[in-house]
Design a protein around this ligand. Structure first.
Ligand code: ARG
Length: 467
């Protein structure tokens, strides 16, 4: 039986019927639709709309649908189903007969889709937080493995100052921790239950909305029926959070591509995650990284689709909202398939600490430390900057490094230079002067790794607590 049709004299045009159906994509919401239907059925029983026997029959029917979906690959092929709600309605009727039609009492698909999507995103967040934690752990392992290895840090893509490789990796750890935090925030805000909102004005039966919310592990019912049935902010917020994660992934991928190039040679591409060229036998290409860089476009595209879809939409439910689903599903499958792969890549990639150190020793990256030497001797920083700039110029003319200038040459710039100046220019000393919270001094970085591990652990615990 259809969910509607009494007032129609003509059947639907078959092309239109197929075209407007969402079952091909919303069938992935089946488990949430079944859980929400069970909660609604229990509320109907408490409101004396269903007898105990009817409730049992409905709950058993819903369970049977879940079991058949799990065991049969063709069960979900249904050309007639308008959407996942209609599918359950039909299947339940064929399993338990007319009592199935009582399940829809006092509810509307407008609230059903809203609750299904919230449940789907909530479960996706729990899974993604776990996947993110796994990647974070892999990055932290790389950071620990790197010990005191050094590399150049760049600004404007020009060598700027040396940093610990671990410090560099921790920069990505910070981005990803923020991404995880955004998902957690989004989960908190979406964890309210729209059931009992009806089509637009609220349920027509005395359903206990708090009980339904508790049944589905929501923190409470939503506050306004118009808003609950038309709100997709939570979809947008979630996909925007995924877009930011996608942006971070693309920045990371871009740097790994750069660092794995012949010219940098900082990282070896793992063969298991690279491909060859059909033309040039010598090639090993960073395809995983390139596709990772590219996937951000899909995620950002999904966020744009959602914004444009909901912009200017009048209250309350409009069928336009059905279009939010595919953008959401594509974003979730894009990111869920990506995270385990980048984790595998991270574990398999090997950094060439020797090459990184060589690069960190070139390029006058101790110049700021040299200026700091003068500042500590009371020289105004602008003067120190100017004088070390002149020293660099001298080195460029002579083809040497700052530490290779004689004391005599240095004195011609400033008599404050002394023999202890040279000790300030080694990589180790340059690192050590950045001894502030968030700086690259080795002790600070070791502590930052410990702190980051705890924060990753908290993400794991949070997602386990919800599971
Ligand atoms: N498939 C629909 C959607 O995703 C379900 C809600 C249908 N509601 C309605 N009034 N036609 O939006």
């Amino acid at each position: 039986m259809k969910l509607w049709g009494g007032r129609f004299r003509q059947p639907l045009d078959p092309d239109f019927q197929r075209w407007q159906s969402s079952f091909a994509f919303d069938r992935r919401l089946l488990s949430y639709e079944l859980a929400a239907s069970a909660a609604h059925a229990r509320a109907l029983k408490n409101a004396a709309v269903l007898s105990s026997d009817e409730l049992i029959a409905i709950l058993q029917g819903l369970e049977q649908i879940a079991a058949q979906a799990a065991s049969s690959s063709t069960f979900l092929h249904d050309e007639e189903a308008e959407d996942v709600h209609h599918f359950v309605h039909k299947q339940l009727a064929s399993l338990i007969g007319d009592v199935a039609y009582k399940l829809h009492s006092g509810r509307s698909r407008n609230e059903q889709i809203a609750v299904d999507l919230r449940l789907y995103i909530r479960a996706s967040i729990d899974q993604l937080e776990n996947d993110l934690a796994t990647w974070l752990e892999a990055l932290l392992q790389c950071a620990e493995h790197a010990h005191d290895a050094v590399m150049p840090a760049y600004t404007h893509l020009q060598p700027a100052e040396p940093v610990l490789v671990a410090h560099y990796l921790l920069a990505y750890v910070e981005m990803l921790l923020r991404d995880a935090g955004r998902l957690t925030d989004c989960r908190k805000r979406l964890n309210l239950c729209p059931l009992g909102s009806g089509a637009v004005a609220g349920a027509t039966l005395a359903l206990d909305r708090r009980a339904m919310a508790a049944d589905l592990a929501f923190s409470g019912p939503t506050a306004n029926s118009l808003d609950s049935t038309s709100d997709r902010d939570f979809v947008l917020e979630f996909v925007c959070a995924l877009s930011l994660l996608g942006l971070h992934l693309s920045r990371w991928a871009e740097e790994m591509i750069l660092f794995s190039s012949e010219q940098y040679g900082f990282v070896q591409l793992p063969e298991a995650y690279s491909t060859g060229s059909s033309a040039m036998p010598q090639k090993k290409n960073p395809d995983l990284l390139e596709l990772t860089r590219a996937k951000a476009a899909r995620l950002i595209g999904a966020a744009h689709t959602l914004m444009i879809l909901t912009k200017g939409l009048p209250l309350a439910y409009n069928k336009d909202l059905q279009e939010t689903q595919e953008a959401l599903f594509d974003a979730v499958s894009t990111i869920s398939s990506l995270l385990p792969l980048v984790t595998g890549w991270t574990k398999a990639a090997e950094f060439d600490y020797g090459r990184m150190r060589e690069a960190a020793e070139a390029g006058f990256m101790n110049a700021w430390a040299a200026a700091t030497y003068l500042v500590r001797r009371g020289v105004p920083s602008s003067t120190a900057h100017e004088q070390i700039g002149k020293a660099v110029q001298l080195c460029l003319e002579k083809g040497c490094r700052l530490q290779e200038l004689s004391l005599q040459e240095l004195h011609s710039l400033n008599p404050a230079f002394d023999t202890d100046f040279y000790a300030c220019l080694t990589l180790e000393s340059v690192l050590a002067i950045h001894d502030v919270v968030g700086g690259t001094a080795p002790g600070r970085v070791r502590q930052a790794i410990v702190d980051a591990k705890q924060r990753v652990e908290a993400i794991r615990e949070g997602s386990h607590a919800h599971a």
